[in-house]
Design a protein around this ligand. Structure first.
Ligand code: AMP
Ligand code: GLY
Length: 428
């Protein structure tokens, strides 16, 4: 069969790596892909948001399954477009993807279905925002733009000047353009975070091992938010009894709630959960595989990913639930200096071969590009090094062994990925 993956990040390389192992897959394409996917698939020079060109390609090549990586094509309705022409595609349609593409839709949906989440108000102007915050008194608040903002539209505000600055950026400077027409003002919650990904055909679902992302640029979770600097799986903070509670109160309620509202959710439902003293609460939903969570989770999957995705896209998710290896997995992101701000591109990367020959180490490319036989940096997050092992400590050690072999000018990575989880495990 022929499979097309849309996207060019580490997530898509990890998906391609696993899908390429399926005995059913004869041809694998990635659009547009990166230097890593070029080694295991054919890269097609169509960008993820060129959804009409993607459709023409899939039609022409008679692609049996298209897998959508990032959120932008989902928001643009790529799934609706493919389904209209009868082409199988994995991912939620535009209406279902609103769980990610509109934070206000997601919040109001959670209220309608009694899914636990932080208290919130909606503001459509700076004055409305100020008056909501005034009523809230001096409490910390989280201010979020309604639409997609590549992880940059969330302001965690502990002080009054921070709150005012966030409102100014959104409503006066309009830095998020139409994504920032409305903003959510949320209660700030405290606790460990969990990314719980479920695969669903709209009725049945299976949950993957929970992961923990490391969103901040700096060690000890300091500095600005990023797309994610590393991840571990399974996430030990989610105890089995609480996991059952999250599955019942979040995953199941969301899928059933959407169905009741006439929306079939097919694809990955990613619940971003915070474990507060009062219980688990939803921080956000994503309508796709997480990045870098996928690079930690997928290497643990024993089963055929292609078959799992294909049957889901056909509306008939297979039972029994997919099997995962015991042990742990850790993904460390190598970024360019300056990330999450602007960074220089075109730096030559060395040591990739040495790292990928290591046992229990996988190298997934993100912002890389091939130039002749060389791989060059081509973005903020450049590479993802995943280590796995019999336990989390081994997985972390393997990931960092891989990292130590790779070099490029200005490479930056966090040295503490997985340390919080490890401390938690050793204190339990
Ligand atoms: P979101 O894109 O909504 O998940 O927000 C990105 C990150 O901001 C989350 O992973 C949290 O670390 C943080 N965050 C978002 N909402 C809240 C909240 N209500 N309280 C505390 N932290 C939050
Ligand atoms: N790792 C967070 C995300 O994929 O949005």
């Amino acid at each position: 069969m022929k499979c097309l993956i849309i996207g060019s990040g580490g997530r898509e390389h990890a998906l391609a790596w696993k899908i390429a192992q399926s005995p059913e897959v004869r041809r694998l394409y990635v659009a547009p892909g990166n230097a890593g996917t070029a080694k295991i698939a054919k890269n097609i020079p169509i960008k993820a948001d060129e959804i009409h060109s993607l459709l023409s390609f899939a039609n022409q090549e008679r692609i049996d399954l298209t897998v959508v990586g990032p959120e932008t094509p989902l928001a643009m309705g790529v799934v609706n477009l493919f389904q209209k022409t009868g082409l199988p595609i994995f991912g939620p349609n535009q209406a279902a993807a609103r769980l990610e593409t509109s934070k206000i839709f997601a919040k109001e949906f959670m209220v309608r279905h009694r899914i636990p989440t932080a208290g919130f108000r909606i503001a459509a102007s700076i004055s409305e925002g100020k008056s909501i915050l005034k009523k809230w008194g001096g409490k910390p608040a989280v201010i979020k733009v309604d639409g997609l903002a590549a992880g940059k539209g969330v302001f965690i505000c502990d002080t009054q000047p921070e709150k005012e600055e966030a409102l100014k950026q959104i409503f006066s400077h309009k830095i998020f353009k139409s994504a920032g027409k409305k903003a959510l003002i949320e209660e700030k919650l405290n606790g460990e975070e969990v990314s719980l990904l479920a695969i669903t055909d709209g009725k049945k679902y299976h949950c993957f091992p929970p992961a923990q992302d490391h969103k901040k640029i700096g060690e000890h979770d300091l500095g600005p938010n990023t797309g994610g600097m590393g991840a571990v799986a399974p996430n030990p903070f989610l105890l089995p009894s609480v996991r059952q509670q999250v599955i019942r109160d979040v995953v199941a309620k969301t899928i059933v709630g959407l169905a009741e509202e006439g929306i079939t959710y097919q694809g990955i439902l990613y619940a971003g959960i915070i474990l507060t003293k009062e219980g688990p609460q939803v921080l956000e939903f994503n309508a796709r595989f997480g990045d870098p969570e996928t690079q930690a989770i997928i290497p643990l999957l024993k089963d055929d990913l292609f078959q799992l995705l294909l049957t889901t896209a056909q509306g008939n998710l297979l039972r029994p639930k997919p099997a995962f290896r015991e042990g742990g997995s850790c993904c460390v992101v190598l970024a360019s200096a300056g990330y999450p701000g602007p960074c220089r591109k075109g730096r030559e990367i060395s040591g990739l071969k040495t790292a990928s020959k290591l046992k229990n180490v996988l190298v997934f490319h993100a912002g890389t590009i091939k130039e002749g036989r060389k791989a060059l940096t081509n973005g903020g997050r450049v590479l993802n090094i995943t280590g796995f092992g019999e336990n989390l400590a081994q997985a972390i050690a393997n990931a960092y062994l891989g990292v130590s072999k790779i070099h490029f000018a200005g490479a930056y990575f966090r040295r503490d990925i997985g340390q919080k989880a490890l401390r938690f495990l050793s204190s339990a």
